[in-house]
Ligand binder design. Structure first.
Ligand code: FMN
Length: 293
């Protein structure tokens, strides 16, 4: 097995919930990331959301100083590097990430191989976002510490695999850290992901309508009004398939059905935690009842 399991276990032990506020182009601001960390979950953002490397440096400093003032043990930072050819700033962003040494890096839209060595030397756990078994094998061969399984119905660039089938297929050859992305509506979904074999799960769409996100009001309104029936797929010129909400009001995943209004990141994480505990209690009750069925 690849990966630094002991360090991943430390990350999990530091969390209030095994959850990540997913990296989102346009949406993830330093405020959103810092609020997620302060609420005790992993806060993540695409480095390309910062308009320059100088701004990226400032963002890391801002997030770190807010984490340092958190009232509870803060969750770690995960930087997201888009490793496809379209990222012309990749080398400079990697240097910046190496200077700031976030606990985790999530690579997406390309092979993680070129960036893994420098990031691991800096002490970052590198997770590769993959949408197929073939890409999972390739990322592990390249030395990724863990995988993010991009599943059907995700917001942004989406996967096509059913998450239940995907996790069982990958668990057949990888016992290390696995993260689910796509389809996380609430705390019950999070508990279900853990039961299926994931260590962590990412929530994207649920965080778009938070106070701290950069989403314009029309996008927030469309999220609140929309349901999963309003999501369709669009293929970009570079072949990436993305989930689109309504008449191109922005992107969102199937979890849009769980968005009922705007709220703070802190309130959303409280809500997810309450649902997570309730789902665990429901499971215990189900197991107690099982012998009588
Ligand atoms: C508006 C939007 C932008 C996104 N941008 C990125 C990105 O820059 N990098 C990335 O790895 N994933 C990106 N994603 C995907 C999310 O990280 C995550 O995989 C997805 O939102 C999970 O599905 P959910 O929205 O149903 O929770 C984006 C998703 C959305 C909705």
């Amino acid at each position: 097995m690849t990966g630094d399991v002991a360090r991943f276990d430390e990350v999990i032990a530091s969390l209030r919930l095994p959850a990540v506020a997913a990296p989102m182009t346009f949406i993830s601001t330093p405020e959103l990331v810092a609020a997620a960390c302060a609420a005790g979950i992993i806060g993540s953002f695409p480095t390309s959301n910062a308009s320059s490397v100088a701004e990226l440096d400032e963002w890391f400093d801002q997030i770190e100083s807010r984490r340092a003032r958190a009232e509870r043990t803060p969750g770690p930072i995960a930087a997201n590097l888009i490793v496809g050819k379209q990222n012309t700033r990749l080398d400079d962003d990697v240097d910046c990430v190496v200077r700031h040494r976030p606990a985790m890096v999530i690579t997406s839209v390309g092979s993680p191989a070129p960036v893994i060595p420098a990031l691991q030397v800096a002490g970052c756990l590198v997770f590769a976002d993959v949408a197929s078994e073939a890409h999972a094998h390739k990322a592990l061969e390249a030395g990724a510490d863990g995988l993010v399984l991009l599943s059907a119905g995700a917001g942004g660039h989406t996967g096509w695999a059913n998450p239940f089938a995907f996790v069982r297929a990958v668990r057949a050859f990888f016992a290390g850290p696995l993260v689910l992305t796509g389809g996380m509506s609430d705390g019950a979904s999070l508990w279900a992901a853990q039961c299926a074999g994931f260590d962590l799960a990412m929530f994207g769409t649920r965080f778009i309508a938070t106070d701290e996100s950069a989403a314009p009001s029309a996008w927030r309104d469309a999220l609140v009004a929309g349901t999963m029936d309003d999501i369709s797929l669009a293929t970009a010129p570079n072949g990436v398939v993305a989930s689109v909400l309504g008449d191109n009001a922005g992107s969102a995943g199937h979890t849009v059905s769980a968005v009922h209004g705007q709220q703070s990141v802190a309130a959303l994480v409280d809500e997810i935690e309450t649902g997570w505990h309730q789902a665990q209690a429901d499971t215990r009750q189900l197991l107690d009842l099982e012998p009588q069925l």
